[in-house]
Design a protein around this ligand. Structure first.
Ligand code: ATP
Ligand code: MG
Length: 581
């Protein structure tokens, strides 16, 4: 057994564990399949009586035969229903469990996982792949049970009727096996590739759809079209390959079965093998042998189905097995003072060769308001993202109230920090629910209103048709950039955390709203440690302290007046903006 097979068995085993709680439904499905197989065998065996009835049509025989036809089909129908329904019951429950677990894990994964995986691909894991697991495996299980049992039943009947003849038939079996094996191996490979290209289609199209404005204004249509076209082409070619393998496998297997039957008929007609078989028995035997063609064909395709399911399950389990964010700290204070201390902190993103932050040393006493300025890409957002531990730094130490951030329980650490990020994220819900998001959802209405007022959001909220209860649309499409920012600020204010981080929080605001927000922020900065990142220097002049970053280093540190007087980097930035503005 090679490694891939071993891991396949592991995957089966793991899937099986999910099905275990539903053993009762599964058993009922098995019973259904036994009924189905028995009825199918009964149909073949009944041929003997049909011939007898034709040769000797007495009234009793007529009643017997018509009753048998209806009875056998009704029985098979019952078997079909039981097996289909109960296996679906198991399958849907397994999908549900898998889906929930994958989602739960995704929610706990570290930032770098999301940096490395396109969102379309992640979404398709929850939709397409999970569905595929259940679809392929339930179909496979049904085929194995239903058709497998039918084959056993028919074979049993054949052996019982004439074992010599049966031997001839069985001799052809291994030949079929070889073909099946070859076909299924090709399948496995191709279906893996198809699955990953499907994710790419989702990714490319969702990018082009969400970014349609950029695509159109920058003339990206041709590029996007080509990208999509190439990817769709690949999926089509893979699909064709899969179809061709399937299309070849089926007829080849069927022809082999036909050859087996022909040999069977030929041998059958020799007197020493036929023995004392009546015409009825002979017809029943042939019926059984031909009836087996379909189950055999199905069983030969089952391997491909299983492979499809296993490939999908592999992927799903892969996501489940991703390491969640490290959370082994135990320190869980109710509310910190908010003193922040960085000592020789170095950081780089996983895939990078160079440090993004070099030896940062910084001491921020509780309650201070600190502004971070510097060129784009100098590492401002990166620096603040280390505080809530979105990333783990490589060396040095970050402390809050003299406790290393790694000693905190993650939830407790993040509860201390209110963050307004550069990209405001809104959920497709009401304005109130967007402000009072997550842990804040039980906040009273008055507090939500108060936060909105302080963030100068209430003025536009009140003009909306349903006020705070207005739906904002998918990621807040109904709102302007500045309105979105004000909602994000309101959310942060409502949180009332000892540490407040504002990353370009006022960049989308006009000068007037900005002035209001500025005043509001001055209010809320009181009594908490605040880190403000801003490009527009006018917004941070009143900060207690300004840090200038350059290529991952803090190059200047002081108040607005001090830094201007020093005539260094800050002075230059200031001059530049002054001459622009
Ligand atoms: P801006 O003012 O434009 O927001 P910034 O000072 O906030 O810039 P950062 O976002 O901290 O800059 O980025 C610092 C560097 O880290 C940049 O060179 C950027 O390319 C890189 N970087 C940022 N985010 C990631 C990420 N998730 N993965 C890899 N590299 C990143
Ligand atoms: Mg930034």
């Amino acid at each position: 057994m090679n490694q891939a097979e071993a891991s396949n068995w592991q995957t089966y085993g793991r899937l099986l564990k999910y099905a275990k709680p539903f053993w009762l439904a599964f058993s009922l499905a098995v019973v259904g399949n036994v009924i189905y197989a028995a009825a199918s065998t009964g149909m073949a065996a009944a041929m003997e009586f049909v011939i007898q009835a034709i040769e000797n049509p007495t009234p009793e025989n007529r009643i017997l035969i018509t009753g048998m036809i209806v009875g056998v089909f009704a029985l098979r129908g019952l078997g079909t229903f039981m097996s289909d329904y109960f296996i679906a019951y198991v399958g849907r429950h397994v999908v549900n469990a898998l889906r929930n677990q994958v989602f739960q894990r995704m929610i706990a994964l570290p930032s770098r996982y999301f940096d490395n995986n396109a969102s379309g691909r992640l979404v398709s894991k929850l939709t397409f792949n999970v569905e595929q697991v259940s679809d392929a495996t339930t179909k496979a299980v049904t085929i194995i049970l239903r058709e497998g049992l039918t084959i056993i039943g028919l074979l049993g009947f054949m052996i019982y009727t004439n074992w010599k003849l049966t031997l001839v038939f069985v001799a052809i079996g291994p030949l079929i096996g070889v073909v099946v094996n070859y076909a299924s191996k090709r399948f496995r490979k191709i279906s893996r590739r198809i699955q990953s290209s499907m994710g790419d289609i989702t990714h490319i199209s969702s990018e082009a759809i969400t970014g349609y404005r950029v695509v159109r204004t920058f003339g990206g249509e041709a590029y996007e079209k080509k990208r999509f076209h190439d990817m769709a082409d690949r999926v089509m070619k893979q699909g064709l390959k899969m179809a061709s393998t399937q299309a070849i496998a089926t007829p080849v297997v069927q022809v082999l079965v036909a050859i087996a039957i022909a040999a069977l008929v030929w041998v059958m007609l020799s007197p020493e093998i036929r023995g004392g078989m009546t015409t009825g028995e002979l017809v029943a035997f042939i019926t059984a042998a031909t009836t087996m063609a379909k189950p055999i064909r199905q069983v030969t395709s089952v391997h491909a189905k299983i492979q499809k399911g296993v490939a999908a399950a592999h992927d799903v389990f892969g996501t489940m097995d991703e390491e969640p964010e490290r959370d082994d700290g135990t320190w869980a204070p109710k509310r910190v003072e908010g003193a922040i201390n960085l000592e020789n902190v170095c950081f780089r993103y996983q895939q990078q060769a160079d440090d993004v932050l070099h030896n940062i040393n910084l001491d921020i006493p509780a309650g201070q308001s600190v502004a971070l300025v510097g060129r784009s890409g100098s590492g401002k957002s990166t620096l603040v993202s280390l505080l809530p531990r979105f990333y783990d730094y490589q060396s040095g130490e970050i402390r809050i109230d003299d406790h290393p951030v790694n000693d905190f329980q993650l939830a407790a650490l993040r509860a201390q920090i209110a963050l307004v990020t550069q990209n405001v994220v809104l959920f497709n819900d009401t304005i109130a629910a967007n402000i009072a998001y997550g842990d804040l959802r039980d906040k009273p209405r008055e507090e939500i209103e108060e936060a909105a007022r302080k963030a100068h959001a209430l003025e536009f909220i009140e003009r909306m048709p349903n006020g705070l209860d207005t739906m904002v649309g998918d990621n807040g499409v109904m709102l302007s950039g500045g309105q979105r920012q004000r909602l994000a600020i309101a959310r942060a204010l409502l949180k009332d955390a000892p540490i407040l981080i504002l990353d370009e929080a006022t960049s989308a605001l006009d000068t007037e709203s900005e002035r209001y927000i500025q005043e509001a922020l001055e209010e809320v900065m009181k009594g908490r440690t605040t880190l403000v990142i801003a490009h527009r220097l006018s917004t941070i002049e009143k900060a207690d302290r300004i840090l200038v970053m350059e290529s991952g280093r803090i190059v200047e540190d002081g108040s607005h007046q001090e830094l201007l007087a020093a005539r260094g980097a800050y002075f230059q930035l200031h001059q530049m903006q002054f001459s622009e503005g």
